[in-house]
Design a protein around this ligand. Sequence first.
Ligand code: NDP
Length: 311
Amino acid sequence: MTINILFAAQADRWAQYEAPLTVALNETGLAYDLRTEFAPGDVDYIVYAPNSEVQDFTPYTRLKAVMNLWAGVEGVVKNQTLTVPLTRMIDENGLTQGMVEWVTGHALRHHLEMDRHIVNPDHVWDHTPPPLSKDRPVTILGFGALGQACAAALLSLGFPVTGWSRSAHPMDGVTTHAGAEGLTQALTDAQIVVLLLPDTPATENTLNAQSLAQLPRGAVIINPGRGPLIDDAALLAALDSGQIGHATLDVFRIEPLPQDDPYWTHPKVTVTPHIASETRPDSASRVIAQNIRRNEAGEGLQHLVDRSAGY
Ligand code: NDP
């Protein structure tokens, strides 16, 4: 029987995904039909981006799963009309690799204090060397697919790494803490904090006036997670007081970041336009196709979202 797969994302994405998805689905050996339009009652799987036209899943009576193209699912996870399994993107060869490169790059920028030499209008010959990585503890808030991959990369460069998550995830060479009570311990020594938590009601304002005050003075924040993880007013106050040395922010409560947002002009803030990492069509298509193959073979779906936890 033919499996009908609906690609439901913004129109311009189809041009990027049609060929790689076709190649990847062909590799599975399944009989399939991949299109951007079907009668809803004929659809077996939806490859999905939350801002697509599909917002009501009720007419999709034959649907077996919705496969979110992105790692973050906050745009679909609360949709009450969605009653079938929801998967999210975990792609070591694309999305994860991109995040590892972005996080290590920005961590190294701050660790090596590169800005002192890149922006040096007075031509100051400041010979002070930065510390070695072994003396620069890094804490990663959110120790899942992306957090653990970034930890491994930072560890290989010699940084002492601490990871924090909801449940415990022991990892060789990494100090790990779990649960709300573990946050203080995770922050106490951190000179660089990387946020890789999902956007859920429980993670909103994880960095607030109280938790920012628990960091050593001058700590650097790197946020490629989601905007609501940070209380913006508290971060701006901590930057102004010197408690926080710099913030590199890739994600915001409102995107694109409005032109009058103080982050744009703050001298201790670097804004990047949600480019920390991106789902890459070639490798992501293989993840999606193999997940459909697994489900059709009765092997179960991978990368399932826990709807009650919100990620
Ligand atoms: P995962 O679900 O694999 O990891 C999330 C981690 O956060 C897990 O360790 C989880 O704990 C932890 N967590 C969740 N809720 C809490 C909580 N209340 N307290 C403590 N820890 C918590 O997600 P990914 O690593 O794949 O992705 C993380 C996020 O990165 C995405 O949700 C997305 O927002 C963001 N992202 C940003 C991109 C960008 O370009 N800027 C690109 C891709 C992703 P546990 O392990 O116990 O479940």
